[in-house]
Design a protein around this ligand. Structure first.
Ligand SMILES: Cc1cc2nc3c(=O)[nH]c(=O)nc-3n(C[C@H](O)[C@H](O)[C@H](O)COP(=O)(O)OP(=O)(O)OC[C@H]3O[C@@H](n4cnc5c(N)ncnc54)[C@H](O)[C@@H]3O)c2cc1C
Length: 377
């Protein structure tokens, strides 16, 4: 099965780490991902927190909202195209996931294609093409007439805003990580980013138990809820309220939990080696604050893509439609919501299913266990 995977920067980190350590973990399902699309992300909110903020603090039922967006320092809630409510972002800060405050990746640097709003004019998505397979897909989608593509230099404001947000996120979150280290909660993923050898990371995971994972990641406010540990050691672990927990009767120790510790993107994250591996066959790529990439474009879906819902330019959905219709992928792991905006991971296998997945959910969607399930069938 050939799969596409859509996720936030931290989810791309989890996937790439899994792919890097797949032989040590002894599992290969993660290698069925042929295409990755990362979404720009400054931060996100747990569903229960978002619901408390909107419904309890502002008295608006989530079922009345048909779109969320973030613009000019506000979280905007829309109904029938009109702004229903604008919540100043500083008011949402107490609800932001603790793990977002120690994440250094804004533009999903380990994806084939990274997509966000910032950088492009309204109704376009900014697409950072990082790999050749990403570029091929974009050009194919353009030739099929699913997307309209303009070089980022032809539009305003352009990449300088993406660079600004990238640098701001990095600087603020490095400071937070320093503070946490002072209080005895080191950000192990940041400490290991420049690691040149994998031996230290493998040694560091030896003999680790679920209690270590809880102490180093969950209790330290580093857990991103990707569900990687649960995907790797599902017979021992389960996700409960966006946190990994031991299943009833599981001992919390043993080889499977050692592998879950190794796989977690927050126990270590050798991003330099991960990027080297990813881009080793890409030839000439640019390398700056946006990470490694080939080029940047402003992209929007055309009427031919027949999208029913989308967030910015509909680029993600249109590119996935192209990948599915050309046989490049059999399904895409992405996200959907119910009428109360409760998110869930989905595997879209048809063009119709894909069209249902468009739009941004500002809540985290645990998707690694679903990826494993679909890839293992
Ligand atoms: C939590 C979050 C924070 C973001 N923050 C920023 C930001 O600060 N600046 C910025 O420029 N852009 C940000 N984005 C990205 C932006 O909101 C759009 O998702 C992006 O521009 C793509 O728009 P589109 O119209 O091309 O995609 P669409 O065609 O609408 O497709 C969006 C795709 O993303 C998937 N998706 C939506 N939500 C999630 C989720 N939570 N987890 C996994 N997949 C999901 C959908 O299922 C769909 O496949 C953020 C996105 C998310 C989810």
């Amino acid at each position: 099965m050939k799969l596409a995977y859509v996720g936030l920067p931290c989810q791309l980190q989890a996937l790439r780490k899994l792919q890097m350590f797949s032989s040590e973990i002894g599992q290969s399902w993660m290698n069925q991902v042929e295409l990755t699309i990362g979404l720009f992300c400054r931060e996100n909110w747990a569903y229960t927190c978002l619901r408390a903020l909107v419904e309890d603090d502002y008295g608006i039922k989530l079922s009345e909202v048909d779109k969320f967006d973030i613009k000019k320092g506000k979280m905007l809630l829309y109904r029938n195209g009109e702004v229903l409510l604008g919540i100043p972002l500083h008011e949402t800060k107490p609800y932001v996931r603790a793990a977002c405050e120690v994440c250094l990746d804004f533009s999903a640097e380990l994806a084939d294609l990274s997509v966000g709003a910032v950088g492009s004019p309204p109704k376009y998505s900014t697409v950072i093409v990082r790999t050749r397979r990403g570029m091929e897909l974009l050009r194919e989608a353009e030739s099929s007439g699913y997307v309209e593509v303009r070089h980022i230099s032809e539009v305003k404001p352009g990449t300088r805003l993406v660079v600004k947000l990238t640098n701001e996120k990095r600087e603020e979150n490095l400071k937070e990580a320093e503070q946490r280290a002072k209080h005895g909660y080191p950000a192990r993923h940041i400490q290991s980013m420049g690691e040149r050898e994998l031996t230290g990371i493998l040694e560091g995971a030896k003999g680790r138990s679920f209690a270590d994972l809880e102490r180093h990641v969950v209790e330290a406010g580093m857990c991103v809820a990707c569900g990687t540990c649960v995907a790797v050691a599902g017979e021992h672990l389960e996700m409960v309220e966006e946190r990994p927990r031991l299943r009833e009767g599981a001992s919390g120790e043993g080889e499977a939990l050692e592998k879950a510790y190794l796989a977690c993107p927050r126990t270590s994250l050798p991003t330099m080696l991960m990027a080297e591996r990813l881009f080793s066959e890409e030839g000439e790529v640019k390398s700056d604050s946006l990470g490694k990439y080939i080029d940047v474009f402003a992209v929007r879906a055309t009427e031919k893509a027949k999208l029913s819902r989308w967030q910015d330019g509909g680029a993600v959905t249109a590119l996935l439609l192209q990948a599915l219709s050309s046989g490049r992928i059999d399904a895409a792991i992405t996200a959907m919501r119910d009428r109360d905006w409760k998110p869930r991971a989905v595997a879209a296998r048809s063009e119709e299913e894909l069209r249902q997945t468009g739009g941004t959910l500002y809540c985290y969607v645990t998707n690694m266990p679903l990826l494993k399930e679909v890839a293992s069938r």
